[in-house]
Design a protein around this ligand. Structure first.
Ligand code: UD1
Length: 455
């Protein structure tokens, strides 16, 4: 569990890692390449390690060089993704499109739901069917192969009922090697989709329109080697902006792409927090003495990102006045509400809407992280709360934030990861205000690099 001693001001600069959600789909995209690809700025995370294990099971040779991964997919040996791995990582369904395009067949277990919702894959399947795949779902397995014994998928016009990020990415990857032109209408416009298109272009794919809702892909027979750098993580950056704001601290972040954070910065501004860009890839959060509540509705990009909803809610718990937060993308993504209320927040839930009444302060408490972004929300709440907050369920956090504790400690935060049996004080002892010998224990308790076991 993670112990955080709150109310410590933060200061300084934090380096933002490569985007988890980009890295995962780019790694799957490496299956499209007939040679080997080098991906730089890949965050060291449990999810990254899992998708690498899936690639290895399919015959990809994966090697690590510093923050880069070299992926040689020239000799794929299997078209079947192992259930034990896919069941742990929804994003592993991304391998379906590339496998189908490369081998003409893909057998991938249905990823199933997760703690934030059901998360169906019907749009992925419909898109692949439109490209000429026969897709059957039997015994929890998606069996897809190219119809009529053809060698390549066939370009098609595909309208997505909803601009799903994953479906856009899966279909785009499959279409890079299809015969003819594919048009994806009502496509997702997220920066991770653009990052994938850039990576595919670096491998020789012909894609245009990414970043708009209309993406056109002219299929090519094969993709070649490429060296590519993963875009900075906008959600990690947004989380650090909130960490600065909620602790009333001025902190600097880089590298970032400010345009990826337009909605988050706009909402921070409405709450009374300035974010300035001193250099093209840098942001600085400038706090104020008091904040105002604001309303938020999560939407596909460029709307407010659902992945920032939970951390932003933590901030609004201590803003003056009322805020209304509507979660429109995932049906079960408000589980952090109960945990924030345990810390003294005043939030009422009605369906997918949370009404937050600002309180003067939060107080440390034992809380449980229920999903990745909920964990981040509890961490930033803990940084602002009086006394000690103890967060359990850290496996969620380790999936998505690279070296979070080290980064926060570098900014001056007081926190440490401990095993329950060695906790320095009982969870929930919110009277604890004196930081313990944190720096010393921290490094030995921080999980080791998840990729080191693999490569
Ligand atoms: C990705 C991100 C996730 C982020 C989400 C929305 C990765 C690894 N994950 O998830 O962090 O929160 O985008 O920005 O990149 N839907 C369907 N049918 C489908 C596919 C999706 O109904 O076939 C629905 C989902 O249930 C959800 C909505 O569409 O309600 C958005 O999902 P989608 O954009 O696909 O999110 P993911 O790609 O799963």
């Amino acid at each position: 569990m993670l112990q955080i001693w709150g109310k410590t001001p933060l200061k300084g600069h934090v380096t933002i890692s490569g985007a988890k959600n980009s890295a995962l789909v780019l790694l799957a995209g490496s299956l499209l390449c007939s040679g080997s690809c080098r991906l730089r700025n890949v965050p060291s995370l449990v999810d990254v390690s899992l998708i690498c294990e899936i690639l290895v099971a399919l015959g990809v040779k994966v090697a690590r060089q510093g923050d880069a991964l070299v992926l040689d997919a020239s000799d794929l040996t299997s078209s079947k993704a192992p259930y034990e791995l896919v069941s742990q990582l929804r994003a592993s369904f991304f391998v379906t499109g590339p496998l189908l395009a490369r081998l003409g067949v893909a057998r991938v277990p249905l990823p199933g739901g997760c703690s934030i919702g059901d998360r169906p894959v019907d749009l992925h399947v419909k898109g692949l069917q439109a490209l000429g795949a026969d897709v059957q779902i039997e015994h929890g397995m998606v069996n897809a192969y190219i119809r009529g014994g053809r060698k390549r998928l066939t370009g098609a016009r595909i309208y997505l009922d909803f601009p799903s990020v994953g479906a856009t990415e899966n279909i785009m990857m499959a279409a890079t090697l299809a015969e003819g032109e594919t048009l994806i209408e009502n496509a997702a416009q997220e920066p991770e989709v653009v990052d994938l298109a850039n990576f595919c272009r670096a491998m020789g794919a012909r894609i245009r329109g990414d970043g708009t809702n209309r993406i056109v892909i002219d299929g090519v027979p094969a993709l070649h080697e490429a060296d590519y750098m993963v875009v900075p993580d906008r959600i990690e950056a947004g989380t650090f902006l909130i960490a600065g704001a909620i602790t009333r601290s001025e902190i600097m972040l880089s590298p970032v792409v400010p345009d990826h954070l337009t909605a988050v910065i706009a909402k921070l501004k409405e709450s009374g927090i300035s974010v300035v860009s001193d250099a093209p890839n840098q942001l600085r959060v400038i706090p104020a003495s008091s904040y105002r509540g604001t309303d938020i509705e999560t939407l596909p990009f460029p709307g407010f990102p659902t992945d920032m909803q939970a951390p932003f809610m933590s901030l609004l718990t201590v803003a003056e006045g009322n805020s209304m937060i509507s979660e429109t993308l995932f049906e079960n993504r408000l589980q952090h509400v109960a945990e924030l209320n345990r810390m003294g927040a005043d939030i009422k839930l009605k369906g997918n809407i949370a009404v937050v009444r600002g309180v003067p302060k939060l107080s440390g408490a034992p809380v449980l992280a229920t999903d990745l972004r909920a964990s981040a929300a509890l961490v930033v709440a803990g940084l602002a709360a009086e006394g000690m907050t103890t967060i359990q369920g850290l496996h969620h956090l380790d999936r998505g934030y690279e070296h979070l504790e080290d980064k926060l400690r570098g900014l001056g935060a007081k926190l440490q990861r401990v095993h329950e049996s060695t906790a320095l004080s009982a969870p929930g002892n919110s009277e604890e205000t004196v930081p313990s010998p944190l720096a010393e224990c921290a490094s030995e308790n921080t999980p080791s690099d998840p990729l080191s076991a693999l490569i």
